[in-house]
Design a protein around this ligand. Structure first.
Ligand SMILES: Nc1nc2c(ncn2[C@@H]2O[C@H](COP(=O)(O)OP(=O)(O)OP(=O)(O)O)[C@@H](O)[C@H]2O)c(=O)[nH]1
Ligand SMILES: [Mg+2]
Length: 196
């Protein structure tokens, strides 16, 4: 599959601001700065559809992107941003909870982790949360350009082990910078949409 058409459809902090639940949705979750917005730009072929920043904590809202007039990719706000105050962290929790627990048209949440690092305690917690709701099984290892091909397999093994992934679950290494790995991800997305 290719994404030929994409647009920002809604920016939300609460359910009343979500678009109608009329199309299947696939969400991206991951810590702040892991590369969620960059990945979205990469797979849609749009340079600045989603705002990318060197400063973590850029995406603080739930952003709905309509793709091919057929499904939505949802960019979730990142976690693990140390400089957030307690009130902001509580807001993040509430925002995520109301989306993940109640969104009837949500098919899957793809979790992003940085390929270079062992997943953090918060990554593990997020993945456990996704397991609980049955949204787990697909992980994207971002910034794959930062490791050599030799290291790649080792890093992926570490991710699988730390997140306690099942045999049939998949880890897709992707570099938004070098533009590699998108085909596998888009195949997975296509299968998810078609198998619903
Ligand atoms: N080397 C490399 N850098 C990347 C890649 N993807 C993203 N980055 C960089 O990582 C930083 C964060 O990227 P974003 O896409 O804004 O990350 P995010 O997960 O959306 O961050 P928040 O919105 O804060 O949650 C930016 O400086 C990007 O240029 C990649 O594939 N390779
Ligand atoms: Mg972002």
């Amino acid at each position: 599959m290719k994404i030929n058409k994409s647009e920002l459809e809604a920016v939300a902090v609460k359910p009343s601001q979500y678009p109608e639940p009329n199309l299947p949705e696939i969400a991206f979750a991951g810590r702040s700065n892991v590369g969620k917005s960059s990945l979205l730009n990469f797979i849609t072929g749009r340079k600045s559809l989603a705002r990318v920043s060197g400063t973590p904590g850029k995406t603080r809202t739930i952003n709905f992107y309509l793709c091919n007039d057929e499904f939505r990719i949802v960019d979730l706000p990142g976690y693990g941003y140390a400089r957030l105050g307690r009130a902001e962290k509580a807001d993040w929790g509430k925002m995520m909870e109301s989306y993940l627990e109640k969104r009837e048209n949500l098919l899957k949440v793809i979790q992003l982790v940085d390929i270079r690092h062992k997943p953090s305690a918060q990554d593990v917690q997020m993945y456990e949360y996704l397991k609980y709701y049955g949204f787990d099984g697909i992980v994207v290892a971002t910034k794959a350009d930062k490791v050599s091909n030799n290291e790649k397999a080792k890093c992926i093994k570490e991710i699988r082990k730390t997140l306690d992934m099942n045999k049939n679950d998949i880890v897709i290494p992707i570099s938004s910078l070098k533009k590699t790995g998108d085909e596998e991800l888009l195949d997975v997305v296509e299968n998810l949409i078609n198998s619903r």
